[in-house]
Design a protein around this ligand. Structure first.
Ligand code: KG4
Ligand code: ZN
Length: 322
């Protein structure tokens, strides 16, 4: 079964061809650079860019996979959450393509798509597993059970984890997305500033207090060392994430841990998790970079499994932003 996976939830036009929900034949991503100068994604500009790129990117995805449109069996598409204009581009395109080819299409929740990046990358994923999703728009903790049943156990009450990285980077004068800049800066810094670690209540995260603490620190210390600010902020975030993992592992008696979403590409986080795994006897699973960042392959994979379980989506399926 050849599945075309489409994700246009934010500022990346991502199209992929996946065979039988497990073999990636192509995974093409067009990032929109227009937003970097504004320090965040401009929704209207993102939607316009998707309209321009979705056809050529789909062409490239099919050519790279060495298949034709007519060979497609299923289309998977993100219908939310995300920017509504961006989502509508992908969803309308997927519906039109499915209609014209007379094949089914399946709507996929973007967050569920991120979880499926684990299913796609690790062939014999040990379940049950605690899954931490850390991206630019979301920070959520899930239980992934034996039959790929997903239960949400916590989410953020305010900013997302990646969003906090983006905002702190912006305060330090770096463009969007700021996560990679913080990581790079932190490499040359040391953790010597005590930023408050937010209180973890019922697995519900909060990043806005930490973000504000960084802002106040920068205002109070105009000659700040940006490397040390980045390192101190980053380590505080990772302490917080590790606290959540430990708490969930203890409560649910699960030692398999999956980490997905854009922040999961951070090498320092991987180092911290390696030490943690040795200390606590965890098995930690992090998909490769191109599957952690937004991509169409995870959507194709999720669509494949959800289509088998629940069938196709209807043509009146709508996009939703939250
Ligand atoms: O999953 P993703 O590609 O898109 C969303 O669904 O949001 O995640 C993007 C987020 C951005 O906030 C970006 O700053 C963050 O992931 N990110 C990082 C790193 N690379 C990307 N955060 C920390 N360290 C990184 N190396
Ligand atoms: Zn995402």
């Amino acid at each position: 079964m050849y599945i075309l996976g489409i994700d246009t939830s934010c500022d990346e036009t991502a199209v992929s061809v996946v065979k039988d929900g497990k073999e990636i034949l192509s995974n093409v991503i067009a990032s929109q650079i227009i937003h970097s100068k504004y320090g965040g994604v401009i929704p209207e500009a993102a939607a316009r860019a998707h309209i321009q790129t979705i056809l050529p990117i789909t062409d490239i995805a099919l050519k790279t996979a060495n298949i034709t449109l007519k060979e497609l069996d299923l289309i998977g598409v993100t219908n939310g959450p995300g920017l509504i204009g961006s989502l509508l581009c992908g969803l309308s395109f997927a519906k039109a393509l499915a209609f014209s080819l007379n094949i089914p299409f399946r709507c996929v929740n973007h967050l569920i798509g991120h979880i499926y990046s684990l299913v796609l990358e690790f062939k014999n994923l040990p379940l049950p597993m605690i899954v931490l999703l850390i991206s630019g728009g979301h920070t959520e903790l899930y239980l992934l059970k034996e039959n790929l049943e997903i239960t949400l156990i916590g989410s953020t009450l305010d900013d997302a984890c990646g969003e906090a990285f983006d905002k702190v980077a912006k305060m330090l004068g770096y463009p969007y997305p700021g996560g990679p800049y913080i990581e790079k800066l932190a490499k040359k810094g040391e953790r010597n500033i005590d930023f408050p670690i937010p209180l973890l209540k019922n697995y519900n995260f909060s990043f806005s207090g930490l973000k504000t603490a960084v802002l106040y620190y920068l205002k109070a210390n105009p000659n700040y060392n940006k490397h040390n600010v980045a390192a101190s902020f980053q380590e505080t975030v990772f302490d917080y994430l590790i606290e959540a993992i430990n708490k969930a592992s203890k409560e649910f008696l699960i030692k398999n841990i999956g980490i997905v979403g854009g922040v999961a590409v951070n090498e320092r986080l991987k180092e911290r998790l390696k030490v943690l795994a040795e200390d606590k006897n965890y098995q930690i699973f992090i998909p490769k970079k191109e599957l952690c960042l937004d991509n169409g392959a995870m959507i194709a994979c999720a669509a494949y499994y959800q289509y088998q379980k629940e069938g196709a989506s209807n043509f009146d399926a709508e996009a939703f932003s939250n």
